[in-house]
Design a binder for this molecule. Structure first.
Ligand code: BG6
Length: 455
């Protein structure tokens, strides 16, 4: 095992929703791959004892993780339980005892952000934080100022290198593959700039609503929930320069540079929408003006990208569930008069399937003069893919921060969206299962939005 590897995994919120849906399945998957052999300590209040936590883990796996009897047995053997309140010093005394000889524990805060401060403070005071790392879930604050406050709290007990901010989108292989595609295919890189690209668009569509998370969503909205974090990460992978080395800091430096080149969003560069029926969801205010859809236009004022508009669109209750990216290239000059040629493009489908496609003009067979547009594509099955959570948690345990957001990155991302979050721009209703409100024409790429379809 590498000397940086954690020697115990502790997760707060062990009986919570995130643990149930994501953490137990990821832990079982790690056990199956032989990647998890250290103690796994759950901290929570509501399970009576370890047996009850084991029963919850089992039920989680049966529902979300493809229960595997042998792996579950091993995971059960690693599992420990500390019952206690997050702000009670006695919980941390018990935790210290349970940690035994562990010197490099990883603490995962799978709890609401309102409890972060108490836990971090107690980890510091009890001495548990020494030699440890901490993993926290988004959102990292609600805006620039609160993100800075949260960071001050974290830095009170941990060094920046020991803080791992999860953005599970970074754990998705197809998101990382965009970087691989760019920097291993010189033909693509040759077109990857302001001279050839007319516009870039990113769509993250979900055909479902807030799925019982109304109270959370009504505090958050689409821009905070998925744009400021997940989709900005995608944007950075598309727009960054090749890193000079592949260590975590060299890669994260390049991403931060992309954000630094983006001016704060103006009100005219955003259209916000809300699906009809959202206000009737449990936990949502009857007069809520929180967005369930947003479309934005950004500028990346770098040497490579100046003048190329970047569009981002995300929403709930749209016609499909898919994330796709399209780089549309500039039109060619006319050699064949009268022909309306389509534009070349690169298209990446990140979910649910994985696909890279290139759009090219090819003369239709048998035509004297005419055109058809063909897509040259590679489609991959995601069947053997490691789940994003398994991947990022495994990396944090191993001490690799590449797939985690660094604080300077988080702050730059808030700087960009802060003005529109505070501006209270109009909210336009839209009919569920459509592509958002009609007003989105104001923030639409030249040539229109590309709508992903179900394959
Ligand atoms: C989460 C958001 O971070 O990402 C959800 O809170 C969203 O609202 C989800 O649905 C999408 O992630 P995935 O991996 O399911 O596509």
């Amino acid at each position: 095992m590498n000397p940086q590897h954690s020697d115990a995994f502790v997760f707060f919120g062990a009986t919570g929703d995130l643990a149930y849906k994501k953490i137990f399945p990821s832990l079982q998957a790690m056990v199956k791959r032989g990647r998890l052999t250290m103690p796994v300590i759950g901290v929570a209040r509501s399970a009576k004892n370890l047996e009850e936590l084991r029963a919850r883990a089992r039920s989680s796996l049966e529902k979300h993780g493809g229960f595997d009897a042998a792996a579950f047995d091993k995971l059960s053997g690693l599992l420990r339980y500390v019952k206690g309140d997050n702000s009670d010093p006695a919980t941390y005394q018990a935790l210290r005892k349970e940690l035994g000889s562990a010197r490099r524990p990883a603490f995962y805060l799978a709890i609401p952000p309102t409890s972060f401060e108490a836990v971090v403070e107690q980890l510091g005071k009890s001495g548990c934080a020494q030699g440890a790392r901490v993993i926290i879930e988004k959102p990292f604050g609600r805006d620039l100022a609160s993100a800075q406050d949260l960071n001050r709290i974290l830095l009170g007990a941990f060094e920046e290198q020991a803080i791992y901010r999860i953005d599970h989108y970074l754990g998705k292989r197809p998101v990382e593959r965009m970087v691989f595609f760019r920097f291993t295919n010189p033909f693509a890189e040759a077109f990857w700039d302001r001279n050839h690209v007319e516009s870039v668009q990113i769509t993250m569509a979900e055909d479902f609503g807030v799925q019982g998370r109304g109270a959370f969503y009504d505090e958050t909205g689409t821009i905070r929930d998925v744009i400021q974090n997940h989709l900005f990460q995608v944007l950075c992978n598309l727009a960054m320069e090749p890193p000079v080395r592949t260590d975590s800091e060299s890669i994260r430096d390049e991403k931060v540079k992309v954000l630094k080149a983006i001016p704060p969003l103006g009100e005219k560069s955003v259209v916000r929408g809300q699906f009809l029926g959202y206000r009737n969801e449990k936990g949502v205010a009857p007069e809520s003006t929180v967005e369930t859809f947003a479309a934005l236009r950004l500028e990346v004022n770098s040497w490579r990208w100046e003048g190329v508009p970047f569009y981002i669109r995300a929403g709930k209750c749209l016609p499909v569930t898919s994330t796709e990216i399209v780089l549309r290239l500039r039109r060619p000059p006319t050699v064949f008069p009268g022909l309306q040629l389509k534009q070349n493009y690169f298209r990446f489908r990140v979910s649910p399937e994985v696909m890279v496609a290139i759009g090219a003009n090819v003369m239709a067979p048998g035509a004297t003069i005419g055109e058809s547009h063909e897509m040259l594509g590679v489609r991959q099955s995601g069947a053997d893919e490691m789940d994003a959570y398994e991947r990022v948690l495994g990396d944090a345990m191993a001490g690799d921060a590449t797939l985690y957001a660094r604080q300077d990155y988080v702050e730059e991302a808030w700087r960009i969206v802060d003005p529109v979050l505070k501006a209270d721009t109009p909210i336009y209703p839209y009919v569920p299962q459509t592509w958002g409100p009609g007003e989105v024409v104001r923030v639409t790429p030249p040539g229109g939005w590309h709508h992903p379809v179900n394959l």
